[in-house]
Design a protein around this ligand. Structure first.
Ligand code: AHG
Ligand code: MN
Ligand code: MN
Length: 363
């Protein structure tokens, strides 16, 4: 891996030899962002606290069977979904670590119905943290990977802490977004608006170290992710895209596609950030009344920022995710994320469906 000049090997005294740092720690990386981009120190500390929360969650998941922490918590969240014990544990870890930062005004979590206000009088410059503490938690009981998603908005002005609608800010206001993957290794991937960077938890060192600087999504792809069991419920543009992909080299796309579905958006997006692809969770006849499946504030918005920072595209099919004005804390949206050329093609299919006019998807 070629590292940018800012991470040029620094000599470390090791007997007579200079030993290069090939993988800067998260702290070294963030302090470099502070020096080069003016990233606030409080944001550096907050991100370190979130990274610690993710390391703790990773350990709780790995040892969940021994601690009796797998399985249902016996409660439901605001979405009406059964909460797993680890959903609740992960939520508490996020909350307690975010409380370390005195500039966090409020927390918005998938697992908590109301906004958790940490400041009575939030002022301009304070942070609001949005998170899905465990994404793909249905994977837990079968020992498949899961993840966490978060984003941070910096308030442009003072807001009213007695009104939960104060935190309904569009994704374009995010100053930072990221996720963790609890897989064979624990990954931590972040953007503060200057590219997307991936870290891996080094088990021996007990800290995240940079492994992927400037992750980018290839424009073209031959891989897509969608829950195809919902095929009969999809709207025509989605069905058209899917049918053209599975038609393979004899179909209109003239090439073969591969399909992957992990039941955890974090994992699917991590794969797309690594080798390209497109992820779709569209609105369909079964979820139309709810507006889709994935939640705008703590699932779609953070991923949209990461995808765009990596050179991809993030849309509902009809509008850019980051420009949506939220109307409630747990609202849902259709999402289409990934390689630019593929997402533009799907947007074109939506326009054609609305207008009845054929377009050239390549233009
Ligand atoms: P969560 O576990 O936070 O509720 O999110 C699960 C989401 C998303 O991550 C995933 O892509 C999707 O639900 C899976 O949906 P299906 O049940 O349709 O596979
Ligand atoms: Mn989720
Ligand atoms: Mn979740």
């Amino acid at each position: 891996m070629t590292l940018p000049m800012a991470y040029a090997p620094r000599p470390t005294f090791q007997g007579n030899r200079a030993m290069p740092h090939t993988h800067p720690t998260l702290r070294q990386f963030l302090l470099n962002e502070y020096r080069t981009h003016g990233t606030e120190k409080d944001l550096v500390f907050l991100l370190e606290d979130i990274a610690t929360a993710c390391r703790v969650i990773s350990s709780r998941i790995r040892n969940g069977s021994f601690e009796g922490e797998l399985g249902s918590a016996g409660s439901t969240n605001i979405q009406g979904e059964t909460q797993k014990q680890l959903d609740v544990i992960a939520n508490d870890e996020f909350e307690s670590h975010c409380r370390n930062c005195s500039r966090v005004a409020a927390l918005v979590s998938e697992e908590v119905e109301e906004v958790t206000w940490l400041k009575q009088r939030p002022v301009a410059g304070d942070y609001v943290v949005y998170f899905d503490p465990l994404d793909g938690s249905s994977n837990l009981d079968v020992n498949l990977s899961v993840g966490s998603i978060f984003s941070i908005v910096q308030l442009a002005e003072a807001i009213d802490a007695t009104d939960d609608r104060s935190v309904l800010l569009p994704g374009s206001e995010q100053i930072c977004a990221g996720y963790a993957v609890y897989g064979p290794a624990t990954s931590f991937v972040i953007t503060t608006g200057y590219g997307v960077h991936g870290f891996t938890n080094h088990l021996g060192h007990g800290e995240f170290r940079l492994v992927s600087h400037g992750m980018t999504i290839p424009e073209e792809t031959e891989e897509f992710a969608i829950n195809a069991s919902r095929h009969t419920r999809w709207d025509p543009p989605i069905r058209r895209y899917f049918d053209e992909c599975v038609a393979g080299s004899n179909g209109p796309r003239g090439k073969s596609f591969n399909m992957r579905w992990t039941a955890s958006m974090v994992l699917d997006i991590h794969r797309i950030l690594t080798r390209g692809g497109v992820f779709l969770y569209p609105v369909d006849s079964a979820n139309r009344a709810q507006g889709g499946k994935l939640r705008l504030l703590y699932e779609a918005n953070p991923m949209a920022m990461l995808i765009e920072q990596a050179g991809g595209r993030a849309t509902t099919g009809r509008e850019r995710i980051l420009e949506i004005q939220p109307e409630s804390s747990h609202e849902r949206v259709p999402v289409i994320f990934g390689s630019k050329a593929e997402v533009e093609r799907i947007e074109c299919y939506f326009r054609e469906d609305a207008s009845g006019q054929a377009e050239d998807p390549a233009t």
